[in-house]
Design a protein around this ligand. Structure first.
Ligand SMILES: Cc1cc2nc3c(=O)[nH]c(=O)nc-3n(C[C@H](O)[C@H](O)[C@H](O)COP(=O)(O)O)c2cc1C
Length: 221
């Protein structure tokens, strides 16, 4: 092999390796971005009730799984987080909600009647990092809790995909999807949201139902 051919071959090899390396790192970066670009936002209000050793209490939003007490929507949010590898953000209010069922019912009814916008403890600071956002909440008095109105009015989801999920006592999404569309007209709201009855949340096959639903969604990892 003469010297010129050898130099040319070496050059080609270097170019080939450089292209291969940059493609691999682009792929790795894309996979990493994909994992980071999913956010699961939820509001959930666990209630204080006597559990009497029962796993999940009908009529109250409390679950006891492996001694962890959490709200129904929180439970669903955590499964979605585990399956998608996304980040989790819990919506919380500065003023805590009552934890007993009847006071909570009355408090929520008053909030709704007065059109209150509860003050949020924190806003999402790094919204630009995400383009697929799961958004979960319970249904209160046939609506989203008023804190969800505070939340949607203080964030701009333009250009993002919103994937709704709810837990409820029979109302499913009620009017909440229409309301989200009204509050976030420039977001793409997926209408194939997941609505799980509070009575079914603790069922053994609920995690599978959630995973099956996730598999129907576009652009999931
Ligand atoms: C204040 C309040 C109002 C509720 N109103 C409704 C309703 O109108 N329709 C419905 O289907 N469920 C209603 N529920 C039941 C909740 O939607 C259900 O228990 C839900 O799973 C609670 O979720 P969480 O544990 O994540 O807070 C209400 C519950 C509370 C506490």
């Amino acid at each position: 092999m003469n010297k010129l051919r050898f130099t040319l071959l070496t050059k080609h090899l270097i170019i080939f390796l450089a292209i291969a390396f940059s493609s691999l790192s682009a792929l790795a970066e894309a996979a990493d971005n994909n994992a980071r670009r999913i956010l699961i936002v939820y509001f959930s209000q666990p209630e204080e009730v006597k559990l009497d050793g029962v796993d999940g209490v009908s009529g109250a939003s409390i679950l006891q799984k492996n001694s962890v007490v959490m709200g129904s929507t929180q439970y669903v949010a955590q499964i979605i987080q585990k399956e998608t590898g996304g980040d989790l953000f819990r919506i919380e209010t500065v003023k805590p909600y009552p934890r007993q069922h009847d006071p909570l019912l009355k408090y929520a009814e008053r909030e709704l009647k007065d059109g209150v916008r509860p003050v949020l403890k924190a806003k999402i600071q790094n919204l630009a990092d995400y383009d697929q956002i799961f958004i979960g909440y319970p249904i209160w008095w046939y609506k989203m809790p008023m804190v969800m109105y505070s939340f949607f009015e203080q964030h701009d989801f333009s250009g993002k995909t919103l994937i709704p999920f709810t837990t409820h006592g029979g109302s499913r999404f009620s009017d909440s999807l229409r309301e989200i569309k009204r509050l976030q007209p420039n977001a793409q709201l997926l209408m194939q949201g997941l609505a799980i009855s509070r009575d079914d949340v603790t069922d053994d096959d609920t995690p599978k139902e959630i995973i099956d639903w996730l598999n129907t969604l576009p652009n999931m990892p």
